[in-house]
Ligand binder design. Structure first.
Ligand code: NAG
Ligand code: NAG
Ligand code: NAG
Ligand code: NAG
Ligand code: NAG
Ligand code: NAG
Length: 927
């Protein structure tokens, strides 16, 4: 395994490289028994007699300059085409190498662990001018795997094993037959690049049937991409040379019709005095083979019941967390929960799965003792989710104090390391809430990670509210919070505070980076040498919502304590200095304290645990910070609200932008009180609203863009809405209801779903592999639930009104009946004419990968994402562009050609952002 890396680095970067690898395969086949009408079930699915071995000798090609996430556009096998014969003496341009060329080399793995470095490259010289950007590099790795059948015995050719492959810290991998012909399309699978715990291996069908009598060889290719955010600066490990470290494991499994318990995916709350701290339980199940429906669950012990929520389905090889609701009639004092889960397969086979999950029983907290408690809730009405809380020392006497929302650093699994909860001293009267943000990286506290964080605040309220004995510990419903975080969580603190300013009473970002492009610059981009800068700017609108610096106007009056170690070698200290400077430009008297801790690195135990920070927290929670009380009574007399995607930003002092004139561009609304006149200036705003109660500004005269607007004495309204029509601002008396807050804005919004994501395949065979890869990645990276269904059934569900509100991901081209059905409704600037897709009236030629957002057929706030591709090659390309991680530049729609393999976004044919109501948005479209 890897050498362990010093702990302060692991917080942001390489957390637990060697810690979690062993949990990956933890299935429990022994807990299965079946009552069935079929004889094809085996008790063990491990194909003990088939064997697979992996050669320790690797061919290595690299290093090539690349910027973070560029590998989603480039071919993972860059610079070569795997459908052609490989020339191992060929040379390839690389500006990192002396002489400007690199060729194939060798590396040796030990025990499933591969380290690759290029000591001949003069990295320090590159660093001197290009900085961290020059450490980012791509390599192509390849080895041989051998699959051997059982010797001598009869083999049933119906049962060919599948590979279970885990590749940790590699970006993509593929398995190829030993000979491929021209036009061969490799299926690339995502590795577990962040080394997230509880990640399932990818199930890979052998690309060619293995011989039943002798060994068959295949090639395993890995795209190895060194990212500073994952591997850190080599100098923090006292190295000058960056070293890519990948671990892998391959096993074989027979795809029998069986469900297995997947313990890594169980979600259970702690029990306090016998009462569950959260009434949601999740049971991890994996389908080894077959399509399964979970029909019912039964708790075997104690005075309680469980109920399966919705009717979850599992596709072959899919892992899911089955959501159960627990109803207690009394205290449960046992140390494990025991269930029976009932399932039916599509062949009518019945299966009963016996599951035991250990639980932690504890006494109610008291003034002297209170470890963090694990709580659970149902995220987005679909996914059981756990979080930690630390209770206050004393119950609240009267005025309820708001809680603290504490965001961890990247790679930190809060249920494995207690470092994060321990870093924050218990508060006198406030709860401290530690969400996961879906997983240890999540989406960098944006999108579903931010939703998860906010949802834990109401989840804890509900837990305390549900049990009368805990009422004295409750805080106010819809309370504001003090938000803080370290590293990626510090960045998340800036992000969440600036996007939900009215929900935040104070913020403490520590060791935060401003935004990803500032953290490791994109200067060594390959794509940038080829793409039209105007088209590039359209692609980069998909990063605007993440650009924390652009939104600091929203925090110009929020009490902030910003902290950074003066010698941080992981997130450089200039990030916080710069953010503070930007904020002070908006408001020279901003209510911000900058605390630089000289000599300190990225993590130090006293970062929050010291008098200054605890004093700030205490006063912020009590509402007694200097200027804080006065601020509630007298809001600032002038402020500016900045918005990029209206649905991602809530109100500032009660003001909210709800529509943009040109979606894709930044909007600003500045408000100033001058002598009894409220002066509003707008930039790129089409509609905004005011909540007079929150804004608490006296509204005498109102001047919007220099034109007086008559309020018609509507000041008593709970919401005033203003809309720009024909160059004039009008007040809408019926408020927000008739204005849609556009749910598009960037493709990443697909991850924000109000139910399980539904992946729609043309039928149960076509594109199933792509659907399963996506489902597995959504589980690994975000713990989002996925239902896979075929087009005909999705259409039926829609007609029956049972489609559900979750976002849809639709795979395949005009042959997908659901895509046809969706586009026939004509709800977006899209048409399908005799199999040809028209975008805003422009025909997309065949053979291209097209991705576009489309309104959800029934949920006005929902989305559908179509990965439109006529052939396998473009479908594979579209799949790699699914925005599974932050930083993949995909706006609302784009069309990509095969040229992307070599020139990245230079291969983007056209791209754009939808207008309001899904219209064509000419200024933000490039066709
Ligand atoms: C392989 O590459 C070498 C070096 O560029 C070249 O001389 C040789 O002709 C190539 N072989 C083939 C079969 O293309
Ligand atoms: C390889 O891994 C096995 C099992 O984890 C261990 O017993 C063995 O010592 C390892 N060998 C080396 C060379 O690290
Ligand atoms: C606090 O709780 C712990 C166990 O959770 C118990 O051992 C201790 O006696 C309690 N202290 C008081 C003052 O009740
Ligand atoms: C805080 O109060 C002081 C004294 O009243 C004032 O000078 C300063 O401008 C205030 N700061 C903010 C951010 O309101
Ligand atoms: C699935 O659809 C494809 C075309 O999209 C078709 O060729 C295939 O026969 C279908 N399979 C089944 C089982 O319907
Ligand atoms: C739709 O409703 C019909 C009639 O109730 C039913 O037979 C069918 O199974 C339903 N379809 C789906 C996909 O639920």
């Amino acid at each position: 395994m890897f050498q362990r890396i010093s702990f302060h680095l692991t917080l942001l970067a390489v957390a637990g490289v060697s810690l979690f690898a062993t949990t990956v395969m933890a299935s429990e086949p022994q807990h299965i028994f079946h009552t069935s009408n079929s004889n094809i079930i085996a008790d063990s699915t491990t194909s003990s007699e088939w064997t697979v071995s992996v050669s320790d000798d690797w061919d290595v090609l690299g290093p090539f300059p690349i910027h973070a996430r560029e590998q989603h556009f480039l071919s993972p096998s860059y610079p070569i085409d795997l459908s052609e014969e490989i020339n191992f003496s060929a040379q390839f341009s690389s500006s990192y190498a002396d002489g400007g060329n690199v060729g194939w080399g060798k590396a040796k793995s030990i025990n499933g662990s591969l380290s690759v470095s290029f000591p001949d490259i003069r990295w320090e010289s590159l660093r001197a001018t290009e900085g961290w950007a020059a450490f980012q590099h791509h390599t192509l790795l390849r080895t041989v795997i051998t699959v051997s059948p059982p010797s001598g015995s009869d083999i049933d050719p119906k049962y060919i094993p599948e590979l279970q492959v885990s590749v940790v810290q590699g970006s993509f991998f593929t398995v190829l037959p030993s000979h491929v012909g021209p036009g061969f399309v490799p299926a690339w699978y995502a590795g577990n690049i962040y080394d997230l715990s509880g990640s399932m291996p990818q199930t890979v069908q052998l690309p060619e049937q293995p011989s039943l009598t002798t060994s068959t060889t295949y090639y395993l290719y890995i795209s190895g991409d060194y990212e500073i955010r994952l591997f850190g600066d080599p100098s923090s490990r006292e190295h000058q040379v960056p070293e890519l470290q990948i671990t892998y494991a391959l096993e074989l499994e027979l795809p029998l019709q069986t469900l297995l318990v997947q313990a890594t995916h169980h979600i259970v709350p702690d029990f306090v005095d016998g009462w569950a701290f959260g009434n949601t339980v999740g049971v991890g199940l994996r389908s080894v083979g077959g399509w399964w429906t979970i029909t019912r669950a039964e708790l075997l012990s104690g005075s309680a019941e469980v109920q399966v929520l919705s009717e979850p389905h599992l596709a072959p090889s899919q892992t899911r967390i089955i959501p159960l609701q627990l109803t207690q009639h009394g205290a449960l004092m046992m140390t494990e929960l025991e269930f029976l889960i009932y399932a039916t397969s599509s062949f009518g086979m019945q299966s009963t799965i016996h599951v035991t999950i250990p639980i932690k029983q504890r006494q109610e907290w008291n003034t002297t003792e209170a470890d963090a408690i694990k709580a659970t809730y149902l995220f987005s009405a679909s996914t059981p989710t756990a979080f930690l809380v630390k209770p206050p020392v004393y119950e609240d006497s009267g005025s309820t104090r708001p809680p603290i929302l504490a965001l961890h650093g990247a790679g930190l699994d809060i249920f494995v390391h207690d470092l994060w909860p321990k870093a924050l001293p218990r508060q006198q009267y406030s709860w401290t809430i530690f969400p996961t943000g879906r997983t240890a990286w999540g989406l960098d506290w944006h999108g579903p990670s931010a939703d998860d964080a906010w949802s834990t605040v109401s989840a804890l309220y509900n837990i305390l509210d549900r049990r009368p004995e805990w009422h004295r510990w409750r805080y106010a419903e819809n309370t504001r919070v003090l938000i803080l975080g370290h590293s990626n969580g510090g960045q998340g603190t800036w992000y969440m505070a600036a996007r939900y300013p009215d929900r935040v009473l104070a913020a403490i970002p520590a060791a935060a980076y401003i935004k990803s492009q500032a953290y490791v610059p994109l200067t060594l981009s390959r794509s940038a040498h080829y793409i039209d800068p105007v088209l590039r700017s359209i692609l980069e609108t998909s990063l605007t919502p993440d650009d924390n610096d652009l939104f600091l106007s929203n925090l110009a009056h929020t009490p902030i304590l910003a902290i950074h170690g003066g010698n941080d070698d992981n997130v450089p200290v200039w990030h916080t200095r710069e953010a503070v400077s930007v904020l002070k430009t908006w408001n020279p008297n901003a209510n911000i304290i900058y605390k630089e801790d000289p000599g300190e690195k990225h993590w130090y135990p006293s970062v929050f645990d010291n008098g200054i920070v605890q004093d700030f927290i205490h006063h912020a929670l009590e509402g007694t910070l200097p200027n804080q009380t006065s601020q509630v009574a007298n809001p600032p007399t002038s402020f500016t609200l900045t918005v990029s995607v209206p649905r991602e930003i809530s109100s500032l002092n009660g003001w909210r932008i709800i529509q943009l004139a040109v979606p894709g561009r930044l909007a600003r609304l500045s408000v100033a009180m001058d002598d009894g006149t409220l002066i509003v200036k707008t930039r790129n705003v089409l509609a905004f609203s005011i909540n007079p109660a929150l804004s608490s500004m006296s509204m005498g005269q109102l001047l919007i863009d220099n034109i007086p607007v008559d309020l018609h004495g509507q000041l008593e309204a709970s919401q005033l809405t203003f809309v720009l029509r024909h160059h004039h601002w009008h007040m809408e008396s019926d408020g927000l209801d008739n204005i849609d807050v556009q749910s598009s804005g960037r493709m990443l919004n697909i991850l924000t779903s109000s139910g399980p994501l539904m992946i729609v395949c043309p039928n149960r065979t076509t594109h199933l592999s792509a659907a399963l890869r996506l489902a597995r990645d959504l589980d690994t990276y975000h713990k989002l639930s996925v239902e896979i269904m075929e087009a005909e059934s999705a259409i039926e569900h829609e007609i029956n009104g049972t489609l559900g509100s979750g976002n849809l991901v639709i795979l395949g081209g005009a042959t997908n009946a659901f895509t046809k059905h969706l586009l026939a409704a004509g709800r977006a600037a899209l048409q399908l004419q005799e199999g040809t897709l028209l975008l805003g009236g422009n025909a997309v030629r065949s053979g291209l990968a097209t991705l576009f957002l489309h309104p959800h057929p029934i949920n006005p706030a929902g989305l559908a994402l179509v990965l439109f591709a006529d052939d396998e090659r473009s479908l594979e390309r579209a799949l790699r562009l699914f925005p599974i991680r932050t930083g993949i530049t995909v706006p609302d729609w784009l069309v990509v050609s095969d040229e992307a393999d070599k020139i990245g976004t230079g291969g983007v044919v056209s791209a754009g952002v939808w207008g309001n109501d899904w219209t064509w948005n000419e200024p933000m479209s490039s066709f």
